[in-house]
Write a protein that binds this ligand. Sequence first.
Ligand SMILES: [Zn+2]
Length: 399
Amino acid sequence: MFTVGTQLEGALGRTGTISTPHGDIRTPAFIPVGTRATVKAVLPESMADLGAQALLANAYHLYLQPGADIIDEAGGLGAFMNWRGPTFTDSGGFQVLSLGAGFQKTLSMAGAGAGVEADDVIAPGKERLATVDDDGVTFKSHVDGSMHRFTPEVSMQIQHQLGADIMFAFDELTTLMNTRAYQEESLARTQAWAERCVVEHERLTAERVGKPRQALFGVVQGAQHEDLRRHAARSLAALDFDGFGVGGAIEKERLGDIVRWVNSELPPGKPRHLLGIGEPDDLFTAVENGCDTFDCVSPSRVARSSRVYAMSGRYNLNVAASRRDFGPIDPECDCYTCAHYSKAYLHHLFKTNEFISATLATIHNERFTVRLVDRMRDAIDDGSFADLKADVLARFYSQ
Ligand SMILES: [Zn+2]
């Protein structure tokens, strides 16, 4: 399903093409997130127009509402949401296990409480909503408080009903605060769950005759430990996965090391997805070190609170400086919003809480991120990746 194109000289980065039943994805590629089968405030047609090649939805949320069986009856995720291109679903493990710990995807060294290790971590003021055992995870719905249980088999059954082209094995997510001993125990559990996912995936593929072939990616955990990350990658590479995800909480400062360790061990002929990364510096680091696809909810989430990306850096539209600025969000952007609407108009829409403020800002932020990764792909092809990286990062972080 994956063809490698141009190799980045002296590094693990590369271009390539992922082939799916719903079309090809040229990589590296940013995959926007439509958690509940919608990128909030934006039509799927607009997502296609702004260059999104694929969308990623969330198995946990869709399992709770509307229910995976309903999406199956609709003909799968893409048909249900009128998205014709490739789709991804994550396994639900991240959301389910986040209920247990309540932490963020990437943590700064300070935020992580450097040097503090504990295995029973829960964010202040949060109720524990999930518990892990060797067979799976029991959790309480954040919607209505009802109790549910995910096992590797259940996650595969849900993801087969959702019908995305690419889905992920059910894994245990740990935090950076967990002890080394717990990370080892958890990794063994994730490996056992990966083996069960492969078996159940094969069973379901054989049972569900006539459905488009779904690809299954194994997820590499191992936190910040080099030996654990390498061991996890090698162990998963021995299983019959179509590709791999790099998961877990990752300190920003260690991102490059971690993806390099993992991608050095994974077979080069299979695609690698980095889960939950979308900031420009992180994307350059990950592309350079051999990741092919990325997803992140940030571009749309921050857009809804009036924060936008520009080549000169991130800023907030909801400040007085935008009130009489009749230029676009970013003069270098080619999105629909920047072609037709001014910062002054967007400022007004945010001030008055108008719905299309979210629509217009999200279109811009998603286009910014999709296009940035597209430019990285072109730069690998024409040998200018290092120049592009230096130029973009110097300007974006100059503020
Ligand atoms: Zn724009």
